[in-house]
Ligand binder design. Structure first.
Ligand code: GAL
Length: 715
């Protein structure tokens, strides 16, 4: 009997082996982008919803990439459990990515399970942007095209078939736990991906040759990076959730009367008749005349952004039309629209277009599309993974894609209306590079916010480290510095009566008790905001490079210096565009060490010159920006304005760092529409020959957004 059992088992394993040996197909999708697939691919994947076409010309202009292994060495197998992918990995490789990871940076040696969630448990992969995409410093990227919960073993598994028995040490009386465990497993030579439930899988391979080129290929393949409306690069301030029309107007007047720059006011839940779940109808109690309100705010130079989530209240005019286009579980007693269905997306979009976009609403904050844990009890904004939707997508895949599809729905309105925007969202996924949408969350500490700026650059995402009340003025100012040095400068005062710079303590703030030194802190904040406004032309050009060339505007140092070992684990410094290195400090620090890569760098605050390849200690003041400028950079800084308008002309001073010739560019278009797509833009070339500067404009845009007033040499 026992013998029979063993024979049966052997036969079973053999049959399995025959069934699982799937033949992978390799297909070229665009220059330097290949797809390997095997088995029956899922219907609902991040790529299945990507309608943006690869920017083939720009992809073709990149230097030819070369994988450090033969593409056929990527092994795909499918068995009863699901699909497994094994990708070669050499001993010295460093891995990054997996979307908006919160606690981890260098992913080599980790087990990562990118799952959408607002609460990162034990740093295993839970995140607002659970992208199944990683990149290697050896110059390639691997994207597993799945919306399932997949697990990545990043070089930390040991296969029996590779077992080198000779290397096993025996325990001859260890003196410590470390010694006892010295026989570690991290010798797999590959990344193994487990995708339970999949009957087949597609693997996208993005070639380099270097890490920056990989990111360029990924972003260009997804349609090019986002180019937000130019006003989106100013300051965004979200008011208290229960503010009515008058209170918002009063806050707007505070900004203008005190000359504190602000471009966008965000209105939180109470603008609606029902918010949890949403009615998407103005509350006349709070906003008696929304049209007049939007107009008067526009007149004062403010754009209005409305908070909402996608769970549709029975009180909503959308309820009936979405009733049979929703999942079979509710959230906050509201429908979960089947965003995987084009018809459901259209109903949602058409309503928003007519009710809000046509009325002048400039953007939305798409909240709570990220899933939550049961730990939040009845307040959980989660539908079960076993949910079913009419389109056929299940709850697990819907969770992973919900934020992405929500963005797609809302962004489609602006695209169609030829209006640019800058939106907020709490969840995203792969191939979202072209969406002008910033991810955000309330819950993280300052270090995590900084790390997420770096990680956003590995996944075609935009991250905004928001500011609200703080532990101390130091904490508040440090967080504000980071917000000013990020893609979106957002102050989220959704539970604060007064701006946090007037009172950092939540209770006192809401009791109207302002700090004794409120005006001094306000002055410091104004100074930081003014710097942000000065930086808009430079930032806008960095976003244009994201759009046209795929270069992430905010990125880790390892992207620019992939061979420099000192950058491999550097998770608290980042590049902004090509010439600025940011090294933020947190509450705990009066000083920090900063590593400057090869070349020469200038401290922006002191103009002191530093030699790269070394570490230094810096002590920037609370009202300064902890940044360094690379030698050879022209930093075009504008005279600060309080907000951007359609007729803004930025008055620029070009700061030239270093003695040699230098050049830089500015992107010039109307900043508000997509007319640049049909050629209505200029490239404003700034050239410094070592002695004097010259501005050379080329392109079809008829107006000037920039005048260069002076050149200043820093050396
Ligand atoms: C939360 C969100 C906050 C605020 C709040 C309003 O989910 O993270 O920023 O918008 O909702 O109720």
């Amino acid at each position: 009997m026992k013998k029979y059992k063993i024979r049966f088992l052997t036969l079973f394993i053999l049959i399995q082996a025959i069934v699982i040996k799937a033949d992978a197909q390799v297909e070229s999708l665009a220059p330097g982008v290949k797809k390997i697939s095997s088995g029956i691919a899922d219907k609902f994947t991040p790529y299945s919803f990507c309608e943006e076409l690869p920017v083939k010309t720009a992809l073709g202009e990149l230097p030819a990439g070369k994988l450090p292994f033969d593409i056929n060495d990527i092994k795909i197998s499918v068995n009863n459990r699901g699909a497994i992918v094994e990708i070669p990995l050499d001993d010295s490789e460093q891995l990054y990515g997996f979307g908006m990871q919160i606690g981890s940076f260098n992913q080599r040696g980790l087990k990562i399970r990118p799952i959408v969630n607002d609460n990162p448990l034990n740093d295993l992969g839970y995140t607002h942007g659970p992208t199944t995409f990683y990149v290697s410093n050896k110059g390639y990227g691997i994207l597993i095209n799945t919306a399932r919960y997949a697990t990545f073993y990043c070089g930390n598994t040991a296969r029996l078939s590779n077992h080198n028995t000779a290397s096993t040490t025996t325990n001859k009386g260890a003196n410590s736990v470390q010694e006892l465990y010295q026989n570690d497993n991290k010798t797999s030579g590959n990344v193994t991906v487990d995708i339970p439930g999949a009957k087949g899988i597609e693997v996208f391979v993005f070639e380099g040759p270097d890490l920056k080129n990989v990111m360029q290929r990924y972003n260009l393949f997804a349609g090019g990076g986002a180019l937000p409306a130019i006003w989106g690069l100013g300051i965004k301030y979200r008011v208290k959730a229960d503010f009515n029309q008058q209170q918002v107007e009063k806050m707007a007047a505070y900004f203008r009367n005190n000359h504190i720059p602000c471009d966008v006011l965000g209105i939180e839940p109470k603008w609606q008749t029902a918010a949890y779940s949403c009615s998407y109808v103005w509350s006349k109690d709070y906003f008696p005349s929304p049209e007049a309100f939007i107009d008067s705010m526009k007149h004062e130079g403010f754009h209005i952004n409305l908070w909402e989530h996608a769970f549709v209240s029975p009180k909503s005019p959308l309820y009936e039309s979405l009733r049979n286009k929703a999942g079979n579980y509710l959230v906050w007693n509201g429908l979960v629209p089947d965003f995987a269905d084009t018809a459901a997306r259209k109903i949602f979009a058409d309503y928003h277009e007519k009710s809000f976009v046509k009325e002048g609403i400039s953007g939305f904050k798409m909240d709570e599309c990220d899933n939550s844990n049961i730990a939040f009890g009845s307040n959980s904004w989660s539908y079960p993974e076993l949910s079913q939707f009419p389109s056929g997508i299940d709850g697990e895949q819907m969770h992973q894609l919900f934020g992405l599809l929500y963005q797609k729905t809302i962004y489609s309105i602006y695209k169609k209306s030829n209006l640019r925007t800058f939106l907020d969202v709490r969840a995203s996924n792969a191939f979202a590079s072209s969406y002008p949408v910033a991810l955000y969350s309330d819950t993280y500490d300052h270090n995590q916010y900084i790390k997420m700026i770096l990680n956003s650059g590995f996944s075609g995402m935009i991250w905004s480290p928001e500011v609200r009340e703080s532990n101390s003025i130091k904490d508040f100012m440090r967080r504000s510095q980071t917000a000013v040095l990020s893609a979106q400068t957002l102050f989220n005062s959704w539970y604060l009566q007064n701006p946090p710079w007037l009172q950092i303590n939540k209770k006192k703030n809401n009791e109207g008790q302002l700090m004794g030194n409120a005006k001094e802190v306000e002055t410091d904040i104004r100074k930081l905001f003014e710097f942000r406004m000065s930086l808009i032309p430079y930032l806008y050009n960095a976003f244009a490079a994201y759009h046209f060339k795929g270069v992430p505007p905010f990125r880790a140092l390892v992207v620019d210096y992939p061979d420099d070992k000192n950058t491999f684990n550097l998770s608290d410094e980042y590049m902004i565009g090509d010439g600025i290195l940011a090294a933020p400090l947190t509450e705990k620090e009066d000083e920090r060490t900063v590593y400057l890569p090869t070349g020469y760098w200038y401290d922006y605050n002191t103009n002191q010159k530093f030699e790269g390849g070394k570490q230094y200690t810096i002590k920037p003041a609370l009202n300064q920006l902890p940044i360094f400028i690379k030698e050879g950079t022209i930093l075009p800084l504008a005279k600060p304005i309080e907000h951007v308008t359609t007729s803004t002309v930025f008055e620029i001073t070009c700061y030239v760092y270093g003695d040699g010739p230098a050049s830089a560019a500015l992107f010039e278009d109307n900043g508000y529409t997509f007319d640049y797509e049909t050629g209505a833009f200029n490239t404003v070339q700034l050239n410094w020959n070592g002695r004097k500067g010259k501005v050379v404009r080329s392109g079809k845009f008829k107006h000037y957004n920039y005048v260069v007033n002076s050149w200043k040499l820093i050396h």
